[in-house]
Write a protein that binds this ligand. Sequence first.
Ligand code: ADP
Length: 462
Amino acid sequence: MKNYIMALDQGTTSSRCKISVAAEAMAKLGVSAEDIASIGITNQRETTILWNKLTGEPVYNAIVWQCRRTSDMIQTIKASGLDRVIKEHTGLIPDAYFSATKIKWIFDNVEGVKEEAEKGNILFGTVDTWLIWKLTGGKVFATDYTNASRTMLFDIKKLKWDEEILNALNIPKSILPEVKPSSHIFGLTEKGLLGGKITIGGVAGDQQAALFGQGCYEKGEVKNTYGTGCFLLMNTGNTPITSNNGLLTTIAASEKGKVQYALEGSVFVAGAAIQWLRDELQIIRDAAETEEAALSVKDTNGVYVVPAFSGLGAPYWDQYARGTIVGMTRGFNKNHLIRATLESIAYQNYAVLKAMEQDAGVEIKRLKADGGASSNNFLMKFQADILGIEVIRPSCVETTALGAAYLAGLATGFWKDREEIKSNGRAPEIFNPDMEEAIRKKKLQGWNKAVKHSFEWEKESD
Ligand code: ADP
C-alpha cells in the first residue's frame, strides 16, 4: 500500500542535502520507496542554476533570487523598450529579481559557458528543475508553469518560452527545460537514491504551492503568507489580469489542462518590523511577546507606524519612502508602539488587497493566512477588522509543503480530486471582523494620511 506523499520544500536558507534529508525522514518513519505514492517539490523561485549536462556540475554558484547584481542590465532593458514586451508577455515588471538577467550574467561573466552552450552542453534550471534532473539521474529536464512564469522568459498566455525576449537577451533556447503543469508525472527517481523508484508528481514555486495548499482553487480566493515580508496571491481564474497598481501577473499551480492565473503582491517589511522592535529598539525579547503587549493597551493612542524601511511596494511604489512614526503625544508608550507596528502590517496588506480587488474586479470574501507571524492572534483579528472580512488560519500552517503534496497526490490518483482534499484537513481557526464601520473608516483614513508622510523622504529636494 502506498500510504505516503513526500514533499520536498526547498527554501532559501536550507538547500543543500535534501536527498539525504528525504532518506533520513523515510528511515525515521520506517517508510520505504514502495510506500510513497508520489513526491511533490516546492522551491524558492527565480534562483538560477546553470550546469553542464555532461559533468552534472554547476558552471557557477546558484544566483539567489535576492541578488541585485543585474540591476544595471534592467536599466538597459528599460532604456531599450524591451520592458513593454516583457510586461505584456511575461506579466512581470522587469527586475533583477527574476531569472532572465541572472542567466545572461552567467553567460557574460563565466568563461567557457557560451562555448559549451553552443555545443548543447549547458542546461538552465530554477531549483525545481535542478532537483528533478538530479533525482531522475539526469533523465528528466523539466519545470512547471509556475516556476517558468518567474523566469521573465516565459509567455504566460501562449505557455511557451518567449523567442523575442530570448533573442534580445542572447539566451539560447537549447538551455531551457520543458514546461509542464504543476500536477503532472514528471518522472521517476533514480533507483539508488531513495531505495527504489518513486514518481515525481508535483512541482510548484513556493508561493503558488502555498496558494494551492490553502485551497484557493477558485477565482477571487486569496492567501497571505506573513513572514519577514508578506506575500499575497489571488487566484484570478483562467484569464491573466494585467494590474494597474504594479502587481505581478503570474501562473498559479493547477492540474493538467486547467491553467489558472494569479495576481501577486508583496509587502516588503512585515515580520521584519517586529524584528526591528526586538533587535534595534530592543523593546521586546521575542516576537511572540508583541501579542500581549498590543492587547495591554486599548489602541495605539492615535499613532501610526509606517515601516517603509526600504521604500514602499504595491500599491504605493515609492522607493524613496522611509520609515515614519506620526501622531505622538505625551501619553504614547512602548506598548502603543508595538501595537502600531503590528497594525502597520495589516494596513499594508489591506492596501495590496484593495488593489487586487480593483484589478481583478472581484470582491475578496475571505483571506487565508499562513507564515510565522500568522501565529499572532492580535494581528489576525485586527486584519479581519480592518478588512471587514474573515481571516482564516489553517490548522496546518505548512501550506507550502502541503500544496506540493496535494499536487503530487492528485497526479498519481492518491487523491481523486480537490473535493477529496478539501475534506482532509482539521478545522481552521476563523477570525471574524466586528469593528464598527465608523471606527474602521477612521483608522483607514489615519493610515492613508500617515503613509503620505513617509513618501519621497529620501528624494533629493530641488
Ligand atoms: P520567513 O519565511 O520570511 O523567514 P517566517 O514565516 O518564519 O518568515 O516568519 C518569521 C517572521 O515572523 C519574523 O520576521 C518574525 O519577526 C515574525 N513573527 C514570528 N512570530 C511572530 C508573532 N507571534 N507575532 C508577530 N510576528 C511574528
